[in-house]
Design a protein around this ligand. Structure first.
Ligand code: FMN
Length: 309
């Protein structure tokens, strides 16, 4: 953002000039009710900052009567606020504003063109933070992904998903949460159509995922996590994470394949050599979308309870 956007222009700024007498400057300060104002020379260049304290000090040092007719250029100033060029970045101003009520702004020929007040600067920053917040809310890709996800059961045939994408998807299995962080799960990616066909025939609902180009088996190591509830929770957390990872890539989709009968499951696992200590808790079938579905209508919000039913 440009400094000009938050500049209080010279025409609206109360300033003093070096040729002014102290008595007139006191009047200006009294009316303006500012305790510090910019001081300009006759040609409009910024000279420094006059404060009420400077005037009081001057009166005290030189005697009241003698001081009043002296010119401001002869008044000793304690501290001049540092000016900034109009080309400066707004972010630079914030550091200066920590130590001064306003920042004098100069054009490229060093003429005073106005000030940026600390108040203006703070309001600008608050707005900037608010705008960023909105951006975060509106550009939340994780939530977008959750809201648009649907079960995709039809896939385009003969399209190989690039290996980097497959790697990204399966990597999700290495980071999902598990109860007590036991990390008892393992997965098996299957992309050999013949193996998928075999598994599909052995599955309780034969043929359901036969045409899926990719399948991921979600396995629990029953020695590491013997509790079936926790195993199921771990595997479900992993399964939905994988589905969402799939959905996060344009044109990829998939669906949850449940595996609720241990006897069918074991036959499937035997077919691909999975050791006995592993149980199958579900599968993800995925590929390039061969169907498109609109996002689901959300459930009735009354289903969301808070504190008490
Ligand atoms: C625990 C669980 C098991 C599921 N099992 C199967 C399944 O075996 N076969 C299938 O086609 N879809 C299965 N689904 C997908 C659901 O049928 C689907 O999520 C639901 O109908 C809502 O549709 P949507 O995913 O398009 O929103 C399962 C979903 C969950 C959560």
């Amino acid at each position: 953002m440009n400094i000009l956007m938050i500049l209080t222009p010279k025409s609206e700024v109360i300033y003093l000039s070096t040729k002014m007498r102290v008595r007139d400057a006191m009047e200006v300060l009294k009316k303006a009710r500012f305790n510090s104002v910019p001081l300009l020379d006759e040609s409009g260049h910024y000279v420094g900052t006059v404060t009420e304290g400077d005037i009081l000090w001057h009166l005290d040092q030189n005697g009241y009567e003698d001081s009043l007719d002296m010119r401001l250029k002869n008044v000793k100033r304690i501290r001049d606020y540092a000016p900034v060029s109009v080309d400066e970045e707004i972010d630079e101003l914030i550091h200066k504003a920590l130590g001064q009520n306003f920042i004098p702004i100069l054009d490229d020929r060093k003429y005073f063109i106005g000030i940026v007040t600390r108040k203006n600067l703070i309001s600008t920053y608050i707005k900037k933070v608010d705008d960023n917040k909105e951006e975060v809310v509106h550009k939340n890709e994780v939530l977008d992904n959750l809201y648009k996800r649907r079960s995709i059961r039809r896939f385009k045939e003969g399209i190989t998903i690039p290996q980097e994408i497959i790697d990204e998807i399966v990597k999700v299995s290495l980071v999902t949460p598990t109860a007590m962080n036991r990390r008892p799960h393992e997965i098996m990616l299957v992309d050999d159509p013949q193996v998928i066909k075999t598994l599909s025939e052995l599955h309780q609902r034969g043929g359901q995922f036969e045409k899926a180009p990719y399948l991921i088996l979600i396995l629990n190591d029953d020695e590491k996590e013997p509790n079936a509830y926790l195993a199921n929770s771990n595997c479900s957390a992993l399964l939905i994470s994988l589905l969402l990872a799939v959905e996060s890539f344009d044109n990829l989709g998939g669906f949850w394949v449940s595996t609720r009968y241990p006897e069918y499951n074991r036959k499937m696992l035997n077919a691909v050599g999975v050791p006995e200590r592993f149980s199958l808790y579900g599968m993800v079938a995925f590929g390039v979308k061969g169907e498109h579905k609109p996002a689901n209508e959300p459930l009735n919000p009354e289903k969301i309870h808070r504190n008490k039913w």
